[in-house]
Design a protein around this ligand. Structure first.
Ligand code: ATP
Ligand code: MG
Length: 391
């Protein structure tokens, strides 16, 4: 029996060690979550590979491949064939029909590469490659062998079953999701923070999002947009938890109490503190923000210094050295940009100063903050009343 399958390759080296099983089962779960809506599939574990098989019906490679290559930790996907046998005649036959389907009559250089984990097999990998190659040359006039720079490489892998494929479609790569600890990401509905969240997730950091919501100054639709951004991020990570922290009371309090040109600084410091509370509760190692140095008034080096001083955990700012266009490009590539530019504001204009201070002084800010008696209680209340959404 033969069937169309997708062979999924992941970074094996980082998969070693005691967490290997956990990472692999996370990959399996993430793949399943992304492809289940499109049909009934198995995800089988092979040595160092995952194999996606259909439970009946043809597999739609074009539809499924992007749903799999986006899962972080996956190196790439190979569409190909699984044969329920190690029989050489059947392997040769499949190699031929596969190559015919791939290149038709086009003059092409090729080579065959064999991997054999079934060590009982009477032929070694070079012998298998030679025999399959010879068979292809006998049956396809336009083929020539080029072992150094072939246009097509046909892979034959003998495991319990035999796999035949030639294409490798690269994924996003990255470290297995969750292999680098936990980070709490301040996720707004803007362009930057979803990209920052993705970048840390790609380095294996498990991420949970925190969104500060100020109804009615920020609309229900603005919140929904952040939920939808979190959903997009969950395609890369498998699942995604979003904490929606009600910030209206605290924001109105600050509006009342602090100089207008410094409002954003106080607000950002409050956000860092609230996020840190959640991070401590979850035993996270870091916060994550979408700051990019110099982009806006609250992202000057001076502002970053003062905002950063509000918390003790390290704050990862993966976009800090990127230009806006670079961030936009990455946002487009991962599919968050189009959602981010939907016109639902993430901050109401009454909270935005006309002339925000760009060079705040820590001593001044801390001096004022000392007298904000209700701030600690408002922070505590906001964190306590948060809504937790799991995607
Ligand atoms: P973004 O495009 O990510 O919204 P921005 O360019 O609008 O960023 P700022 O408003 O200065 O920049 O925000 C800087 C960072 O602070 C954001 O990237 C995000 O990490 C965090 N942040 C800002 N507003 C919110 C919010 N309402 N909820 C959660 N995080 C926020
Ligand atoms: Mg923003």
């Amino acid at each position: 029996m033969e069937e169309k399958v997708l062979i999924v390759k992941y970074g094996e080296i980082v998969m070693r060690g005691k967490n290997r099983k956990l990472f692999i089962s996370r990959l399996v779960d993430s793949i399943r979550k992304n492809i289940d809506p499109y049909g009934a599939y198995y995800v089988e574990r092979e040595q160092g590979r995952l194999v996606v098989e259909s439970r009946g019906g043809e597999m739609d490679f074009e539809l499924l491949i992007p749903k799999i290559t986006c899962v972080l930790g996956i190196l790439g996907v190979c569409p190909g064939w699984k044969l329920d046998t190690n029989d050489m005649d059947e392997i040769k036959g499949k190699a031929l029909s596969h190559m015919q389907a791939m290149i038709g009559q086009k003059p092409t250089t090729f080579k065959v590469v064999t991997r054999r984990s079934n060590k009982n097999f009477p032929l070694d990998s070079n012998e298998i490659s030679a025999q399959v190659g010879e068979y292809l040359l006998d049956h396809m006039e336009h083929l020539t062998v080029d072992v150094h720079h072939p246009e097509e490489t046909l892979y034959v892998e003998l495991r319990n079953a035999t796999y035949v494929y030639s294409k490798f479609i690269p994924g996003f790569g990255g470290l297995p999701y969750g292999s680098s600890g936990l980070g709490i990401s301040l996720l707004s509905g803007g362009i930057d923070s979803p990209v920052a969240t993705f970048m840390m997730a790609k380095r294996g950091v498990e991420v949970e999002g925190v969104y500060f919501h100020s109804p009615p100054y920020t609309s229900e639709r603005a919140k929904q947009k952040v939920v939808e951004l979190a959903e997009i991020l969950s395609r890369f990570t498998g699942s995604f938890t979003l904490h929606v922290v009600p910030f209206t009371k605290l924001q109105l309090y600050l509006l009342e109490e602090v100089p207008e040109d410094k409002l954003t600084i106080f607000l950002k410091r409050a956000m860092m503190r609230a996020a840190e509370e959640i991070a401590k509760e979850k035993q996270a190692q870091a916060l994550i923000t979408g700051d990019s140095v110099g982009q806006v008034a609250s992202q000057t080096m001076q502002a970053i210094e003062v905002i950063n001083a509000a918390c003790t955990l390290p704050v990862l700012r993966p976009l800090c050295g990127m230009d806006k266009q670079e961030i936009v490009d990455l946002g487009k590539k991962i599919g968050t940009f189009e959602k981010s530019i939907e016109p639902y504001e993430d901050c109401c204009t009454i909270f935005v100063a006309k002339h925000p201070e760009t060079k705040p002084k820590k001593s001044v800010i801390e001096g004022i903050e000392k007298h904000l008696d209700r701030l600690p209680a408002l922070l505590e209340e906001a964190v306590k009343n948060r809504e937790i959404i799991t995607l």
